[in-house]
Ligand binder design. Structure first.
Ligand SMILES: Cc1cc2nc3c(=O)[nH]c(=O)nc-3n(C[C@H](O)[C@H](O)[C@H](O)COP(=O)(O)OP(=O)(O)OC[C@H]3O[C@@H](n4cnc5c(N)ncnc54)[C@H](O)[C@@H]3O)c2cc1C
Length: 472
């Protein structure tokens, strides 16, 4: 498995200076790209950047706005052994201003971005500060998030001030930001260029098409970001294991998980700029919720030998609890005397006759917690269940119509996924395909008609032609 991040021929830029490195203070890795290219791989160049790190003790926080953490923070894990954060440190907000921008502009003629020394394309969604003042010249200020790096450090991450301008320009400009007048800079911001391998050279398992048993994950595939890298590492790890054990690869569908969306996008569409996972990239957002990640994936993980018994058992308990709650709301009714006061207070029409709790809950003005607080019978029933289970049941009831609609759509699309295309299919034989579709299909070798339909340049007309050809 290759997970080389920004290290392959990594080149760090600070103003006119540039030097080899994988990250600040670490050596780049040379020779790997070249060996892969000799094997027939295509490589490309991307860039990313980072802001200066500063000494938190040198900042004047009275000139900034405090940004407290969430009052009731959520947590990633579904296990009860992990607790939400009890202790948090605040972040702060301050802003750049015209003076800061003017000073930054004095460095533009030495900026590797503007002089063309940086060839790789950077992430559109995390532009450097010089990029922002150039692209959004009408804005007279930009937000800066002042973020502590952790509990045991005085180091501060100056989020929003990513830059590769000369160090002296960075220092002069940053000192004009309110609160930063006396700042002590530990490390300047920099940009880094590195090699990546266009991910259309991979199967959905993240195994490379050219070399059996070789898997790529993370930034080497053209992504950027912690979660993007972590999920690919997990999938490549699982699939390397499956491959060694001669088992089928684990492929998550676009309707199973954001991981499925990310890998499917990468291998079918490729990416020319650092790829980040956005919820907007997923077409099945009603189903891909964080509250049901355990329902979607824990059983799969358990069967692979990853999730422990304890985790799997908890999912089963949650499923049963959610079913019980939904059954109760579908089978029990509220009477006018019991509920009308609540309905009035929430500006929604009162009821004349008995009505099932579920139909009251479907009103947008009413939350399950309202019924819990207001109706003793509901409260008594729900008191047996954990808050997380009650929330899950509420989501499933309130959005049932949308969830079902999406489910039907997924089933329709999955029928295309079931039409298998073998690796040796000769697209040249299908004369009515467009030339672009023929080239892309031959290169990418989709495993199914569904995958073929998502390749950029393959039109619905091409899919119809293939469908007929494949006897559907
Ligand atoms: C300064 C900086 C700040 C960032 N901030 C954020 C952020 O706030 N949020 C976010 O989501 N993302 C952030 N990112 C991006 C994120 O860190 C990366 O996208 C992600 O870590 C990539 O993961 P990876 O596993 O692909 O590579 P990396 O995490 O870069 O890991 C690559 C590893 O490969 C090792 N390696 C390289 N060459 C060799 C070799 N020849 N032999 C053996 N080992 C080798 C390296 O030592 C390193 O441990 C930041 C990146 C940088 C550089």
């Amino acid at each position: 498995m290759l997970t080389s991040g920004t290290f392959l021929n990594g080149l760090i830029h600070i103003g006119e200076k540039n030097f080899g490195g994988g990250r600040a203070g670490e050596k780049a890795a040379y020779g790997i790209t070249e060996q892969l290219v000799l094997l027939g791989f295509e490589s490309g160049r991307m860039k990313t950047g980072t802001p200066p790190r500063v000494d938190g003790r040198s900042l004047d926080y009275t000139k900034m706005e405090e940004q407290k953490g969430d009052e009731t923070p959520d947590k990633f894990s579904f296990l009860t052994s992990s607790k939400p954060l009890a202790k948090q440190r605040s972040c702060f907000i301050t802003y750049t201003n015209q003076e800061v921008h003017d000073i930054l502009r004095t460095g533009f003629d030495k900026s590797p971005m503007f002089t063309g020394r940086i060839k790789g394309l950077g992430p559109r969604y995390c532009p450097s500060v010089e990029d922002k003042i150039d692209r959004f010249a009408d804005k007279d200020r930009h937000q800066i998030f002042v973020e502590p790096e952790g509990w045991d450090t005085i180091e501060i991450y100056v989020n929003g001030f990513s830059t590769s301008l000369p160090e002296d320009v960075q220092v002069k400009a940053i000192r004009k930001i309110p609160g930063f007048e006396n700042v002590k800079m530990f490390r300047p911001g920099y940009a880094i260029e590195y090699d990546y391998f266009p991910p259309t050279q991979l199967f959905s398992s993240l195994e490379t098409k050219l070399v059996k048993g070789l898997f790529f994950a993370g930034q080497i595939n053209g992504t950027t970001g912690y979660e993007e890298a972590a999920c690919q590492g997990l999938m490549a790890g699982i699939n390397a294991h499956q491959s060694v054990k001669k088992l089928d690869p684990l492929i998550l569908k676009r309707s199973d998980a954001y991981i499925g969306v990310l890998i499917d996008d990468l291998i079918n569409k490729g990416t020319e700029e650092p790829y980040r996972m956005f919820t907007s990239r997923a077409e099945y957002r009603v189903m891909l919720r964080q509250d049901n990640a355990d329902f979607r994936l824990t059983e799969l993980s358990y069967k692979l030998g990853l999730a422990k018994e304890e985790r799997y058992e908890r999912v089963k308990i949650k499923k049963q609890a959610v079913d019980d709650i939904i059954k109760y709301f579908k089978n029990h009714s509220s009477i006018p005397e019991e509920i009308n006061e609540l309905l009035l207070s929430k500006n929604t029409s009162i009821i004349e006759h008995k009505q099932k709790y579920i139909s009251i809950l479907l009103r947008p003005q009413i939350e399950i917690t309202d019924l819990q607080k207001h109706v003793p019978e509901v409260n008594e029933f729900l008191s047996k269940f954990e808050k997380e289970f009650i929330e899950e049941a509420s989501i499933q009831m309130k959005y049932e119509g949308y969830i079902q609609k999406e489910q039907l759509f997924v089933e329709k699309m999955n029928r295309l996924e079931d039409v298998v295309i073998n690796d040796y299919f000769d697209y040249d034989r299908v004369k009515s395909l467009s030339n672009e579709a023929r080239n892309k299909l031959t290169n990418i070798k989709p495993k199914s008609l569904g995958q073929a339909s998502r390749i950029s340049g393959v039109s619905p007309a091409d899919i119809s032609v293939l469908m007929i050809y494949l006897g559907r």
